[in-house]
Ligand binder design. Sequence first.
Ligand code: HEM
Length: 380
Amino acid sequence: ATLRAFAPVVATRFPLVGDVWVTTTYETTAQVLKDGTTFTLRKEDGEVAGLRWWMPKLVTTIANNMLTMDEPDHTRLRSIVDEAFRRRAIVAMEPRIRAIADDLAADLFAGGSPADLVQRYARILPLSVICELLGLPAADRPRFIAWANSMAGLTNVFGFFRMLFAFSRMRRYLEEQLRVARAQGGEGLIAELVQVEREGGRITPSEMVSMVFLLLAAGSETTTHLISGSVYELLKSPRLRDWLEEDWSRVGLAVEEFLRFVSPVQFSKPRYVRRDVELAGVRLKKGDRVMVMLAAANMDPGEHEEVERLDLARKPNRHISFGTGIHFCLGHQLARIEAACALQALLTRWPKLGLAIDPSQIRWRKRPGIRAIEKLPVVA
Ligand code: HEM
């Protein structure tokens, strides 16, 4: 809101990124994301906007995925996995997602009370679902949780090296999984990728690793924080919780508002400005970079009424939490269903669930980009 008072797009310096423009309104945010020709993820020479020269090769290789690509490479890669994330495919997974959520809810206090809802529930559910979808062995789940935790700890130099170590182990693990799928086939998306590779030409071996890495990372961390952020809000407000529990068919509507209000992805990757352009009256030069502030767009009073109010019945709700344009979130259907199942399973299983500490004592993660609760201690 402070930046928005200055202009719809503001020049600033951003941690790890450097000098960039940031969008502060819904309109400028959507405009940048929708114009993938003027605002690109790569420079003419192929350099990725969010990466810096000093970042290790491991990071740049892993980042070689659809989310860092412009057309036509973006569509070449996205079209390979689009089908698996279509509404019909995801709705067919709903009973399984519900069953996983029920089991995890039943197990919430198995390690004692209070339980940390982030680690024992919100983190495990999306990871379990995406692993099943990919065809990764359930027995390996603890590894993914450890990796996800080390990536979440990226708040200082020590955290950065820990994350690199986790990246490198994860890459080796995924290469091994791909090798097994090439030799023996199998179920799930990894086996399907191998099939596409066999048919020739559409994906390179290194892009396959990056693709699986992206699906694992994008498919878990974001949804974890949507779930924990939503539970936090509901446990703070008995009125909202009663409204939801009165009629669970409202959960889809509520999830949309949680997406707006929590805005798990606060801003997206920086884009390069490919030609001199005017954005809401502000002149941007070729070679500049822009970061789109999804969270600012979701809180723009020019677009939504009473932005600060968590209104679970809000309709219409034109939040932009999944982005827009060609990079619109591939997993949006999955995330929506996971969050709905997670809330219903949890609150049905534990009708007296409450926060174990005062809401003001909840710690938020310091790392910019993802809005994340570190720990959410709950009691039944
Ligand atoms: C892209 C948000 C869940 C996979 C994106 C983008 C956003 C986003 C904002 C666009 C980024 C940009 O334009 O720079 C979210 C949120 C989620 C969520 C808030 C949960 C609450 C998921 C899930 C998956 C997923 C469950 C499952 C695999 C992806 C992929 C992309 C993407 C692959 C890149 C798409 C492309 O480049 O075409 N997501 N996401 N996301 N998301 Fe999600």
